[in-house]
Design a protein around this ligand. Structure first.
Ligand SMILES: [Zn+2]
Length: 555
């Protein structure tokens, strides 16, 4: 035992996977004043208990460090949970039922908002306005897709925004049109802004309410810390004030690193605003020390930046190489400046050209500023050119993976592979290759894009097959690129110590070691004692932050 006095809390009779450097297993853990005071055998830990020590008998269950999500959007996810939420459904019939039900039960909402639809439900990934017009003819409807890159609107919303057949596509997106040129109901990427500017802004109170719901949900999945991948002050999700207030009031029980949104319509002058925002923290368990730069879009609507042109779906090359939202020269300059100011840079990069541009920008910063410990990271990394795999290690860039996407399902089979072609399709989600090349692999969900359940995500990381609970039309049982599977210890590290690393929280969390915070998750079984095909069957039964229960359904 470290320090004086008996522990406040002990966990005994468990299978405790510490995730320390030696990946040591113990039976029991003692907690005092929110920190791990001792780890060891039942005998050792019971001997340290005093009359006021609470003892939790784990009855063989697994104790793990609390999970951390390295890329997630909790205010957006919570907002969806509180509004017209399509993310738990997977058919047009269900969507219609949910939208009609929500509209009927919210007669005073001026706009019907929410979202979470899947592209592969609709031909070409484009939902039509007439479905919405039939259900909600009199009020505007604005529903972002699950991945947030497209929006489904009705005629009323288009009318209010003045979007007609005469409206030109913006540079960074497009309006889906019918044969006659009329907007058909789907707006991709930047085109969503044409309508979004008429949607009433969420208030700080809306975001606080959303954050509260989201935090409860994430705690129920064993999550005790996360990196919020879009914290907007003026643009993006404008959640910065909400985090400050929620953390300041003590309600934020999770540890949160905010990645401040880089406005791609502004230039390097915005660094001053980002510095001013960062200086308002840390507050409670929140600090905004990262900056999120979105370099491209997604494959499914061909806005991800690729090196060779997309195919047309029939095997023929198009002339289209997708987007670079920020010109690479300018990207180098901005990243070098952010790096010099001590910001971590958190990239969104999906296509192999965007990944390369992000790596090039970090290389430019390293050349100018030298090596440092900012732990820049690239999220999504859907397609990586094989030549770029070793650069993660060389440039000390963390690979931030969303493992749930690495499966053969509708979106992959119909909206991705036919447009990438056979060779490039094998460069997708190369987690095994990154690990073999010595990269640090951190993991996250991108919720509400997809489920934030780390157990489900680890299941896919290890198996590259969808669990039965997988929502997105598990059409093929085939393992997706089997050589890119990773083992269970690596997957667990991705959601614990490595996610803590990218969050700069690894000195105080991410493993069960004396002196670290008692941020812990209880799982109903030892994950290692069952076949890997059964990982998804496990459930989290309790979650602790600094030794306090933040979720305890099963305990
Ligand atoms: Zn995201």
């Amino acid at each position: 035992m470290t320090g004086k006095g008996s522990p406040d809390l002990i966990f005994v009779n468990g299978t405790v996977y510490t995730v320390d450097a030696a990946r040591r297993w113990v039976q029991a853990v003692a907690v005092r004043e929110g920190r791990i005071a001792a780890v060891g055998s039942d005998e050792q830990i019971r001997a340290a208990a005093g009359p006021s020590t609470e003892a939790i008998d784990l009855r063989g269950r697994m104790l793990l460090p609390g999970f951390q999500d390295a890329h997630v959007h909790p205010p957006g996810g919570g907002y969806e949970m509180l509004h017209c939420n399509l993310s738990d459904a997977y058919s047009l019939e269900e969507y219609e039922r949910i939208i009609a039900g929500f509209a009927a039960s919210h007669p005073d909402d001026e706009w019907i908002v929410g979202g979470g639809w899947s592209m592969d439900i609709f031909p070409g990934g484009n939902p039509p306005k007439d479905v919405l017009d039939r259900i909600v003819p009199d009020r505007p409807v604005y529903l972002p897709s699950r991945d947030g890159h497209s929006v489904w609107v009705n005629s009323k919303a288009l009318e209010i925004a003045g979007v007609t057949e005469d409206t030109l596509d913006p540079d960074d997106g497009w309006i889906v049109r019918d044969a006659g040129g009329e907007p058909a109901g789907t707006l991709h990427e930047g085109a969503s802004e044409l309508v979004n500017e008429f949607v009433p802004d969420e208030t700080t109170q809306d975001w606080i309410d959303s954050l509260r719901v989201a935090q409860g949900f994430l705690h129920s999945l064993g999550i005790t810390a996360w990196q919020d991948a879009i914290v907007g002050v003026e643009t993006g999700y404008r959640t910065f004030e909400a985090y400050l207030a929620f953390a300041g009031s003590g309600e934020l029980t999770a540890r949160v690193i905010g990645a401040l949104w880089w406005d791609r319509h502004r230039g390097i002058e915005q660094v001053d605003d980002l510095l001013a925002a960062r200086a308002r923290g840390p507050v409670g368990r929140f600090s905004a020390t990262s900056v999120k730069i979105m370099q491209d879009g997604v494959i499914e609507n061909q806005t991800a930046g690729v090196l060779e042109p997309y195919l047309d779906g029939e095997g023929n090359a198009t002339g289209d190489r997708g987007k670079s939202f920020i010109d690479p020269e300018e990207l180098n300059e901005c990243v070098t400046r952010l790096d010099a100011e001590g910001f971590q840079v958190h990239f969104h990069a999906i296509g192999e050209r965007a990944v390369r541009e992000a790596l090039d920008a970090i290389e430019a910063a390293r050349r100018e500023n030298g090596m440092n410990d900012l732990r820049h990271h690239i999220s999504h990394i859907q397609v990586i050119h094989p030549d770029d795999i070793p650069r993660f290690r060389e440039l000390a860039v963390v690979a931030n993976a969303q493992p749930l996407w690495a499966v053969n399902e509708g979106q992959m089979l119909h909206l991705t592979i036919p447009f990438l072609g056979p060779e490039r399709s094998t460069w997708q989600y190369p987690f095994g290759s990154l690990v073999r090349a010595g990269a640090v692999l951190a993991m996250g969900s991108d919720w509400s894009v997809s489920s934030p359940d780390p157990i489900e995500e680890m299941h896919v990381a290890v198996n590259r097959q969808a669990p039965p609970s997988y929502l997105y039309g598990g059409e093929s049982g085939e393992v997706f690129l089997p050589e890119e599977r990773i083992d269970l210890p690596t997957a667990i590290a991705g959601f614990t110590i490595n996610a803590a690393y990218v969050n700069h929280l690894d000195d105080v969390t991410g493993s069960i070691e004396v002196g670290k915070y008692a941020d812990l998750a209880v799982v109903d079984r030892n994950l290692f004692a069952h076949p890997v095909e059964e990982i998804h069957e496990a459930t989290v039964q309790a979650t602790f932050v600094e030794g306090e229960r933040v979720y305890a359904e099963g305990l």
